[in-house]
Structure formats: structure tokens, C-alpha cells
Ligand binder design. Sequence first.
Ligand code: MN3
Length: 241
Amino acid sequence: MKKNSTTRRSFLLNSGKAALALGLSQTILPGFITITKQKNKTFTQTPLSYSYADLQPAIDDLTMEIHYSKHAAGYCKNLNEAFAVEVKDDGLELENILMNISAYSTKMKNNAGGHFNHEMFWKCLSPQKKSLSHKALQEKINHDFGSFEKFTLAFNDAAKTRFGSGWAWLIQQKDGKLVVVSTANQDNPLMDVVEIKGKPLLCLDIWEHAYYLKYQNKRVDYINNFWSIVNWDFVAQQFSA
Ligand code: MN3
């Protein structure tokens, strides 16, 4: 009990600092994916804006169904359990927990990360074969990576070389710079425990559960096909020029 109240106090003291360190305000930036829990309610999965089969051939329908309705549903359920035990403020935003995740349990870290990452991932995908048409983001990618192709190569490399399970990310750092990173397990660039922090613009799930039914050991093919289903409109929304 004593440990819990200390944790809560240090959370309240540190959450503002953590948000400032990331360059995110406590009231989340416009366009930023925000997952807020309403009082007396639980976290829930946002319904997909496409059907399980719509992302084929890049991602097959059975993988999507199991991924969304079993794996991601499990993170959401376990997040609610951890939240009920560890969090005093019933309306606390998930992003604020992530930014101060070192004050919480491993169960919270795995499942708060798991819920946020999957909610973001579904939004990063679209069956509509969108391309990047946002001028300011195009220019920023060219400026920070050299070219769009160099950016995708860096992202592919991060996804390919992540050992074991994890995620690849395009993030925007506090100074505005775009960088590509990967995180282990269900960690993400909002967490105070990761080395390189920033606002996520794009993510790719590179856990085997995300691709193994169709691709087996061929993670590289999954990564290459991902580019055909990226929802660039969403990525551009996340980007603040
Ligand atoms: Mn997954």
C-alpha cells in the first residue's frame, strides 16, 4: 500500500515534467491520437474503418481477425485490469500513463503500450492505396532523410533488424525533427523508459502474430507490402509542421 501511494504521488509530480520533456502539452496536441478513458468507463477498441479482408493481399483476413479480435482485445482487457488497480484518476489519458510508465507495473507497461500501439496501427492502415500528398510532410521527409526512398529504407531497416518482437516507428522529436526508431515488445516512443522519444506519426507491428500466418519467416516481404496499405492521410494528420 505504501509503495502504491508513493508511486501515485511521484506520478502526479512527474507527469507534467514528462510531457514537457517530450514536447507534448498535457492537453494533447491537435491531430494527436488521444485515447482518453471516460469516468466509470473502460478502455475499448475503436471499430476498424475497414473489414478484415480489405487489406489483402498485404495482410490476409484471418491474420487481421485474430490480430484485432484476440491479440489487441487482450491488451485492452489487461490494460483495464491494470488501470483499475494502479490508477487513481479514473479519467486519466492513456498518453499520460505512457509518458510516465516507469511509475507503473510491468503489466501496465505491456498492456498500456499494447493498446495504444494497436489503436494507432489500425489507423495507419488503409485499403485505399493512398499516397503521400501532404506538401509540408513531403518536404520535411526530404529534408530530414534526404529523400522519400531513403526514409522508407531507414524504416524497413529498423523493422527488419528489430530482434524478436516489437514495432518500427516514424516519430517527430521535440525539436520537430523526424526520425525512424524501433522499440521492443509493446514499448513505444511516448514512454519515459525508451531511449529516443517523440510523437508517433506512423507505426508497423513486427510481432510474428502480425504476419506469420501468411508470411511465415519472410518478415521482409511483410514489411515491403506494408507500404501499399499505409494511410498517409492519417500520418499527415499526426504531423505538426
Ligand atoms: Mn500486434
